[in-house]
Write a protein of this length. Sequence first.
Length: 156
Amino acid sequence: MPLEIERKFIVLNDSYKKESCSHSHIVQGYICNDGKRTVRVRIRDDRAYLTIKSPTPEGGLPCNEFEIEIELEEGKQLMKICEPGVIDKVRWLVKSGKHTFEVDEFFGDNEGLVMAEVELSAVDEQVAIPSYIGQEVTGDRRYFNTQLRKHPYKTW
């Protein structure tokens, strides 16, 4: 199963928008999130995906991640059986050195929150941090999408 290694940051301003190479609208829900595994349904523009994530046995930064594309109509039907709470955001892709930052601008109950994440090929990989990036929040569970669904940013 592929590993996901990513770092997350708070975004300080919207200068990332003029540097972005693309953006898309994402709505996602969770079928299961019990701490041992997460099963997520994501609709990104006009495509749908089913994703399964689980921690690695050693824990820490990497996690196991498996994602498949499904039919859009299947994604819409699966969204109906998700746990309460939906994540609604626009994702902006912004190049920085050899990396691409995914900047998520949240809406709904998480409006006002803007976070960036960058995927790495190794835990100790060096990253050029853009000027719009602020505090690192990697590992802070409050900023996990699964937690934002249950405890939205507007309630902090």
